[in-house]
Design a protein around this ligand. Structure first.
Ligand SMILES: [Zn+2]
Length: 362
């Protein structure tokens, strides 16, 4: 074999394992899910409190409890702790002073999602009833780039995503709450999902559907339309916490973990996505703790509700696992991190905070 050919083969195989580029990204959020459960698993003090255990602590102890913290968190989120912890990165364990926080001072949903998507903590965005987002989100920015044009979409359980992502101006399809999917020619699956969602129990009223409908609708879209930038926003973790239903809160988180595994398994089985897709998982805000029984709530008056977490995995991301160094990151850094993973720089009319460098492989 000629030396030059051999050299090319070596360069190719080295590059194949180290230089893989992220061509697609899937962003996943689960509303108001605490870092405490992410890193420590189920909290026995909450589970033992009759105000919070829905009269059945044995169910959650059987399903989610272990005396060993690392086993316990694995029981609650097995995909996060088996797969993402060994192939990706997880940030926000305050036991190690690894801190991720809201930069916005409000610690509730619209400001949090806007901060994630715009890379900017605009203090004028101070209400969940805030009108359509005046800022160009990273999703809208990516949709303006030729590489991603018309390949960006979002699914959210909460109907406020229509405004947060400014569906009207951005031109990004946003399927939220009880919106029907599939347009004029829905597939058989889409028809069934639409019917079941419309007829389902509505514990959160007309503004938010159960996560199961958002998930299956999003999966169908992912398989048929193959978006390059895809956002899925689950909501039940926040809703059940507000209900003081710890069992349902844990079940919702456990299900989100199962669905992330399902998304990843599909991604790694599909030629467009396989080894070219990153996932980025986070939450809009934290919640209080058990001391004043404030875990059910969040917002400015609840101590610690600014404390969040995030995880990422994919070909452009080093397998560094759980982060244990003393650092402080902010939610407004996520948007540029997402853009940089895709090999672009998010620039728009408002300031954008810099990316988190350790997420992006050098
Ligand atoms: Zn809430």
């Amino acid at each position: 074999m000629k030396k030059s050919v051999l050299l090319l083969i070596i360069i190719f195989s080295v590059c194949n394992s180290f230089c893989q580029q992220v061509e697609n990204i899937i962003i996943i959020t689960t509303d108001g899910y605490r870092w405490q459960e992410v890193f420590k698993g189920m909290d026995s003090a909450i589970a033992n409190n009759s105000k919070f255990n829905q009269g059945d602590s044995s169910y959650i102890f059987e399903k989610y409890w272990s005396n060993d913290e690392s086993e316990r968190r694995k029981k609650l989120m097995p995909f996060l702790w088996n797969t993402i912890a060994s192939h990706g990165q997880i940030y926000g364990n305050r036991k190690f002073d690894n801190k991720v926080s809201n930069a916005n001072p409000y610690w509730f949903s619209y400001p949090g999602y806007s901060e994630i998507m715009t890379g900017f903590a605009d203090t004028s965005i101070n209400s969940n009833e805030f009108p359509s987002n005046p800022h160009v989100t990273v999703l809208e920015f990516l949709n303006q780039q030729p590489k991603f044009k018309n390949r960006v979409a979002a699914f959210g359980a909460w109907n406020a995503f229509d405004r947060i992502l400014n569906q009207q101006r951005s031109g990004i399809p946003v399927f939220s709450a009880f919106d029907t999917i599939g347009g004029k020619n829905p597939t058989a699956n889409e028809k069934l999902i639409n019917l079941m969602n419309q007829d389902s129990y509505r514990p959160f009223g007309d503004d938010e559907c159960l996560d199961v409908f958002t998930h299956y609708a999003a999966m169908e879209y992912l398989k048929i339309k193959k978006p390059k930038v895809f956002y899925i926003a689950y909501g039940e973790t926040d809703e059940w916490a507000h209900h003081s239903y710890y069992r349902s809160y844990l079940d919702a988180a456990h299900l989100v973990d199962k669905w992330i595994k399902e998304i990843w398994t599909f991604v790694q089985s599909d030629p467009q996505y396989k080894n070219k897709t990153a996932i980025f998982i986070t939450t809009d805000h934290g919640r209080g703790d058990m001391k004043k029984e404030e875990w059910t709530s969040h917002g400015q008056k609840i101590a610690d509700a600014y404390q969040i977490w995030f995880a990422a995995m994919g070909p452009g991301i080093a397998a560094l696992g759980e982060q244990k160094n003393n650092v402080q990151y902010y939610q407004d850094q996520f948007a540029q991190t997402i853009a940089k993973l895709l090999g672009t720089t998010y620039k728009t009319g408002h300031p954008v905070s810099p990316e988190i460098k350790s997420v992006i492989k050098k």
